[in-house]
Design a protein around this ligand. Structure first.
Ligand code: AN7
Length: 328
């Protein structure tokens, strides 16, 4: 058995770290790349899923956070700060705790419950901002400009550097590049990171970034972002941007769970929602990044998944109830 390898160690030569950088790690990265046989057949593509929910805090954010917090520690930070729709908060709280640094997290209205609970349990100072994510981010930036708190949102370039590693892993594992990468588009930090990684690899693979059609109000709270901080860079990057409805997100989300056994949060299904509605990628090899765990947002699952059937502790009644499932 091997020892868990920190993402920074695995990709040291491609990250902005040196021997002087204290590595703050929770064993992030090296996540599964799973072939999806049933969805491949249904969607007419050779589909692979990068299961980023298996990162330590349950989302892809940990890839960037290990680098951002390690660099903050190296540079003598006294505290870190972020604004978040939830996952960045949970990740910042975890890595700050690991580094022995205080974390201030500004959580936007409507953030999913699991993420807030994570940040609270991990000892961050959690501040629920009366306002949108966009307002919270602007406030975090202003506070970090005063100098006491290092901003660990993806505006911090170390975050983007760390997030490139998902692409490196995928290409290594497939033994080559896929035809296309598909991922959700909220603030655009991850799209920026994927495009940068591909350019460093000299790859011409396409990047498809999928946003919620109704950005300010989507049920996919992780990507409920009105003004993407990386919007300009996404536009200039050559990534293809697509919009999907909440209805399509929910359908894709339930289908992923039922056909492939992966329970993600709704935002993470945006990429599959796009694939379900297009023939553009038919017959090609596609990697869809599933960005965050379903347990992050129990409210969404509680609302959209069927409730349990209540039964007596009686084998006949249970056999009858189970029979109904088998015949469906
Ligand atoms: C599960 O935590 O913006 O386009 O503040 O949590 O890189 O923003 C989260 C975003 C996709 C969008 N999937 O990625 C935050 C935050 C999940 C996410 C995105 C987010 P970006």
């Amino acid at each position: 058995m091997g020892v868990t390898v920190a993402l920074i160690e695995r990709f040291r030569d491609r990250l902005p770290v040196s021997d002087a950088t204290p590595v703050v790690s929770l064993g992030e990265g090296s996540t599964p790349l799973l072939r999806a046989p049933r969805l491949s057949e249904r969607l007419g593509v050779d589909l692979w899923l990068k299961w980023e929910a298996s990162n330590p805090t349950g989302s892809y954010k940990d890839r960037g956070m290990t680098v951002a917090v390690s660099k903050a520690l190296e540079e003598g930070a006294r505290a870190v700060i972020c604004a978040s729709t939830g996952n960045t908060s949970a990740s910042a709280a975890a890595y700050a705790a690991r580094a022995g640094l205080p974390a201030v997290v500004l959580v936007a209205e409507g953030a999913a419950r699991g993420k807030l609970i994570q940040a609270r349990a991990l000892g961050a100072r959690v501040l629920a901002v009366r306002g949108s994510f966009d307002q919270a981010l602007e406030t975090a930036r202003r506070l970090s400009d005063r100098g006491d708190h290092v901003l660990v949102n993806s505006l911090n370039p170390n975050r983007v550097e760390g997030q490139k590693t998902a692409v490196f892993e995928i290409v290594e594992e497939l033994g080559g590049e896929p035809d296309a990468f598909v991922l959700p588009y909220g603030g655009g930090g991850n799209t920026t990171a994927y495009v940068k990684a591909l350019s460093e690899l000299g790859s011409g693979a396409a990047v498809h970034s999928v946003e919620a059609a109704d950005r300010p109000r989507t049920l996919a709270s992780a990507i409920r972002i009105e003004q993407p901080a990386h919007g300009r860079s996404v536009e200039a990057s050559g990534a293809h941007v697509h919009a999907v409805s909440d209805e399509d997100i929910v359908a894709a989300w339930l289908e992923l769970a039922r056909l492939e056994g992966l329970f993600c949060e709704p935002s993470s299904a945006a990429g599959l929602a796009f694939l379900r509605g297009t023939d553009e990628l038919r017959g090609t090899r596609v990697v869809v990044t599933i960005t965050g765990h379903g347990l992050k947002d129990p409210g969404a699952a509680d609302f959209h998944a069927p409730p349990p059937l209540v039964v007596d502790p009686d084998p006949d009644a249970i056999a009858r109830a189970a029979e109904r499932d088998l015949s469906e």
